[in-house]
Design a protein around this ligand. Sequence first.
Ligand SMILES: Cc1cc2nc3c(=O)[nH]c(=O)nc-3n(C[C@H](O)[C@H](O)[C@H](O)COP(=O)(O)OP(=O)(O)OC[C@H]3O[C@@H](n4cnc5c(N)ncnc54)[C@H](O)[C@@H]3O)c2cc1C
Length: 388
Amino acid sequence: MIPELNEEQKILKKNVRGFLEREIIPIADEYDRKYHPLPRDVAVGLLEKMVPLGYIGSTLPPEDGGQGLDLVSYGVLGEEMARAYVSLGLIAAIQDSALLPLLCRHGTAEQKARFIPKVLSLEKITCFCLTEPDVGSGARDIKTTAVPDGDYYIINGTKTWITNGGIADLALLFASTDPSKGARGISCFIVDKAESPFTARELPKLGLRSCPTSEMVFTDCRVPKANLIGNPGEAYVIALADLVPLRVHVGMGAVGLAQAAIDAAIKYAQERKQFGRPIGKFQLVQEMIADMVMVTEAARFLCYQAYYLLDKGEVCFREASMAKAFCTEMAVGVTSKAVQVHGAYGISEEYPVERYFRDARTLTFPDGATQIHKLIVGRELLGMSAFV
Ligand SMILES: Cc1cc2nc3c(=O)[nH]c(=O)nc-3n(C[C@H](O)[C@H](O)[C@H](O)COP(=O)(O)OP(=O)(O)OC[C@H]3O[C@@H](n4cnc5c(N)ncnc54)[C@H](O)[C@@H]3O)c2cc1C
């Protein structure tokens, strides 16, 4: 089954691409060099421009303030955004697809009323805090604790590699309320910095440089019990299922990045001359470009397949993990070939392909490393888990 874009989705793609080519692509390289990371006001200003296109929260149900946009359409947005400026795409993806869907599905009416409008209006920027310095792939072993104290939980722990951490007002935080129960003792909270302060330190990194990525420290952080999402101990299971679309979205971001690299490589191969002719005439250069296009198109279909199943209400762990693992690794190879087509200019900041290459390499980690997704695919196929 390979879904084709319908007419509305094709028009959306054309309109979004046109907008991004006018408004975002001309500034992406400059901002990527200048801002490590984007300051909060710059990031919010750029996101505000994206709202009329379907960011932020358009996939939420109308009763929660969204437009009920289907995920295939959301994938179209994600690919185009990443093709333009993947750092901005990741900032938007976290604002769109982490706290908001969890709140919609598991939040109380009071929580929804208190937080959703402020996230949709960008008054509050959000982040998703699961990873810790000693706990990455094995997330069920997190050490951050939340201990009840009257009407509050007292939270202590350190989170790391948190996208949007340094500009966030609201943290969706995972902490253990009962360490003796392992994964079934993990709960999640909305931590509002205004009432429950936390600190964030920016982590310099290879790629996605203008996307904020932070280490965050929660010290005796008092969070009202009213900010617990769902019941204590439910968070791990909630997160496993509800964050599947975000995983596919990271894969789709990698497809957008690969498409940007292809477009740049084709243009360069048509213009750059060696031996008295465009390098695009040489068969080995054509082979590189053909290889880039074949795997990118295959990757795009994997994402659409997963979005299509999610739109039908299926959880699709296998398809989502295939999309995330294949697409992000594919983008590393495709952007590397784009650098090769550009020769030495490919590693120069004069051309965008060096950014694409660094960004693609970085994208293999958010939402789970490649090996973990392969093990999920294996588990779904074999009925045996490597994690137990
Ligand atoms: C740009 C960026 C943004 C991020 N954003 C967020 C965020 O917003 N929120 C958040 O909570 N986290 C975020 N992360 C963290 C990300 O989820 C982790 O980096 C990821 O889960 C891997 O954890 P780790 O880096 O600690 O690697 P580790 O878990 O230490 O793994 C190291 C290596 O060992 C491999 N490995 C581990 N276990 C196994 C196994 N059982 N079998 C085979 N191989 C294995 C891994 O695949 C990897 O190659 C982000 C990371 C990056 C780079």
